[in-house]
Design a binder for this molecule. Structure first.
Ligand code: FES
Length: 410
């Protein structure tokens, strides 16, 4: 080790023994630094401050603009609520989501929505969420009716693992999107053209109808301006197609091979369950290593009864769950076809949740007694958790009466 100046050293490898002995100098050096240090106590920890900034428990936002993308899809632009504790928006990795907390008829529920804007936009003071109104779901109907300009929105910090990681992923990204699964790819595409990510994105975007396509004009501009970085292929399952250059049908192996260098790419898939079922079977034919395929996991399973291993004879049966949450103990009813998280939300217990797909671990709870069915597609429990009966209520379903203990997050 050679001394450069009083405070800093450059490490040069000389030999094992020399280097080992060199470390004996570290203690006297440390002592010297301590002697020179200020006697004033350190009142704030810079590392903790950065961690808090990057992982805030909550963010308080306000809608400043709404854009209608299609008949059923809107993009909400959100800024920090100036009258709240949120002083700036948290930076994120393109592909991450916000877990939005909404109170509907006095019941608190959360939903994960991918950030559709780029991380640079967050530094410029705004996020964008693109949300499709679901025919069946009550939450998106609530959002449609209540999220107007000026409305306040409470969310988590950015969450999730669906992002490009240069140490792991290849520079050719193939994005496979279905329906509203397109939103994280808008963020990734923007980050690529803004040079936050050094990669190229080919997007295979499946929709039922032309009218369902979101960001059409915007993507056209991006393709025109950055032909080496971004390309989108529309695959429509409807019979009649008027848009030029679209493929008709579904995202098959042939389509993937026609547009992508499959063996030299990292795949990112985001869409409804039905699309995963189809696309993943097609992709098996390509024999790609597991690590080349990433799949967004957010959201609850829609039809648990159809999943492998679900005891069909118990479909729609009702059970009782004794829930211990904080100092409270309450017995609630629960259907076998609905997640334990949903049962607790219906009972207004405000259980903790973020991803709602068994991935983030935020709802991790203890199963004291009874049996549960865990969705095999959302079982991200660690083996120690399985051994000691910890489970994720968002990905688990009651198949007997239960007793559980749930953490209380503020
Ligand atoms: S909410 Fe993420 S694991 Fe349950």
């Amino acid at each position: 080790m050679s001394k450069k100046d009083d405070e800093r050293f450059i490490i040069t490898i000389k030999s094992n023994t020399k280097d080992l002995f060199a470390f004996t100098k570290l203690v006297p050096q440390k002592k010297k630094r301590i002697e020179k240090a200020s006697a004033e106590p350190i009142t704030s920890d810079p590392i903790n401050n950065i961690a808090r900034k990057l992982h805030p428990e909550r963010q308080y936002l306000k809608i400043c603009e709404i854009k209608e993308e299609t008949k059923s899809t809107k993009t909400f632009k959100l800024i920090q609520d100036p009258n709240s504790m949120t002083k700036e928006l948290t930076y994120f990795r393109p592909g991450q989501y916000l877990s939005v907390k909404v109170k509907v008829n006095g019941v608190e529920i959360t939903r994960p929505y991918s950030l559709a804007s780029s991380p640079k936009d967050a530094l410029n003071g705004f996020y964008e969420l693109t949300i499709r109104r679901e025919e069946e779901g009550f939450l998106t109907h609530y959002i449609w009716d209540h999220w107007k300009v000026g409305a306040k929105v409470e969310s988590s910090g950015p969450e999730g693992f669906f992002y490009y990681e240069p140490l792991r992923d290849l520079k050719n990204i193939v994005g496979i999107a279905g329906g509203s699964g397109i939103t994280p790819f808008r963020s990734i595409a923007k980050a690529i053209v803004e040079e936050l990510i050094d990669a190229r994105l080919i997007l295979l975007y499946g929709s039922s109808e032309e009218d369902d396509i979101v960001y059409y004009e915007e993507f056209k501009e991006l393709e025109k301006n950055y032909p080496d970085k971004f390309k989108v292929v529309y695959i429509l399952s409807c019979e009649e197609i008027t848009l030029e250059g679209c493929e008709q049908g579904f995202i098959t192996t042939d389509i993937i091979e026609k547009y992508c260098e499959a063996r030299n790419s990292s795949f990112f898939i985001c869409g409804p369950q039905i699309m995963y079922d189809f696309v993943e079977k097609e992709m098996e034919k390509l024999h790609l290593p597991h690590k080349r395929i990433r799949r967004e996991a957010f959201g609850e399973i829609k039809d648990v009864i159809s999943l492998p291993g679900f005891p069909k004879e118990l479909a729609e049966k009702s059970f009782k769950i004794k829930v211990r949450i904080g100092n409270l103990m309450k017995e609630i009813p629960a259907l076998s076809s609905e997640s334990i998280l949903v049962a607790m939300e219906r009972a207004n217990l405000s259980p903790p949740s973020k991803c709602r797909s068994g991935e983030c671990g935020f709802c991790r709870s203890l199963l004291i007694s009874g049996d549960i069915y865990v969705s095999p597609f959302s079982d991200w429990r660690r083996s120690a958790d399985k051994k000691f009966n910890y489970f994720h209520p968002c990905a688990s379903y009651p198949i007997t009466n239960l007793e559980i203990k749930v953490p209380r997050h503020l």
